[in-house]
Design a protein around this ligand. Structure first.
Ligand code: GUN
Length: 295
């Protein structure tokens, strides 16, 4: 059986980032505006700390104005809302990202809805969700992971998404739902599968494009994949890896990669697939937000 092409998300993300850095430099030269990104981290979640560090470093590499606010886990909801308000009013900040998850005593939706939609570089505000659903791509800010997945699909399939059958496994607000909206806009025939879906393997076997975003390690097996299908694995799961020594871990996706490479036409690895693209699209959204706020 032939082996799938491995989609190099890291290389594609670097080329996207280079282009953003060039465009940011041009914006600074022509209008004196440096795109500004504020990232807010509440608490000490280890994975969130790594993500936030990467976001901050990438923003700096793109030549952006980058600000990080680190708040303790016992920060009150009132204080976090006050910080978001001050960032909303800050003319040097064009994009605001509050890293999730937030501590249990803070109401996530209250915080996300306070971010001004034009600064909502995560694309989580209901206004941006609505604009995306309406196909208003010139005003919407689109969630980064689905946006990055679409870039990978377009490059892999040479833009030939129209008419393809796509299954999105997972219905989260962050990935599953916006992913389905974007695929629909690319004229795919879209199925959203989830934990209650009956006979999931058969649903996946019918798809030319598989987006795995369930958050369960290696749940999608190789023999579920239609021969030649394109597989985008959004999952990032840390599992124990005793073969590497005591207490060692490794990252795996939602797809059983070693099995799936024998069936798929192309597949993203974990790590090195969707992850780097998510950060690249955050930079793209920040640049877009800065441009739009110029008026
Ligand atoms: N936590 C995990 N993924 C994300 C993301 O895309 N945005 C934010 N704000 N938090 C996250």
């Amino acid at each position: 059986m032939s082996q799938a092409r491995i989609i190099d998300g890291k290389a594609i993300a670097i080329s996207v980032r280079d282009e953003i850095a060039t465009r940011a430099a041009a914006l600074l030269k022509t209008s004196g505006v440096r795109p500004g990104l504020a990232v807010v981290l509440v608490g000490e979640d280890a994975a969130s700390q790594v993500y936030v560090r990467n976001k901050e470093a990438t923003a700096e590499a793109c030549g952006f104005h980058s600000v990080k606010h680190t708040l303790t886990a016992d920060t009150s909801e009132f204080d976090l809302l006050a910080l978001v308000n001050s960032l909303n009013e800050d003319p040097e900040i064009h994009g605001i990202l509050v890293q999730l998850p937030l501590p249990a005593h803070i109401e996530e939706s209250k915080v996300l809805r306070l971010i001004r939609p034009e600064k909502d570089v995560d694309g989580f505000h209901p206004i941006n969700v609505g604009l995306l659903t309406c196909g208003e791509m010139n005003t919407a800010l689109v969630p980064c992971t689905p946006a990055g997945s679409i870039v990978l699909l377009k490059r892999t399939l040479d833009n030939a998404l129209s008419g393809k059958s796509a299954v999105v496994i997972g219905r989260s607000n962050i990935v599953g739902k916006p992913m389905a909206s974007l695929l629909l806009q690319e004229s795919c025939t879209v199925t959203i599968a989830h934990s209650r879906t009956q006979d999931l393997p058969s649903v996946v076997r019918a798809a030319d494009i598989v987006i795995a975003a369930v958050g369960r390690h290696e749940m999608v097996r190789g023999n579920w994949i239609k021969p030649g299908a394109t597989v985008i694995d959004v999952g990032i799961n840390r599992i124990s890896a005793p073969e590497r020594g005591e207490g060692k871990t490794r990252l795996v996706g939602d797809v059983a990669f070693q099995e799936a490479v024998g069936h798929a036409g192309a597949i993203t690895p974990v790590p090195g697939g969707v992850g780097p693209m998510t950060i690249a699209m955050l930079m793209a959204n920040t640049l877009t937000a800065a441009r739009r706020q110029l008026g």
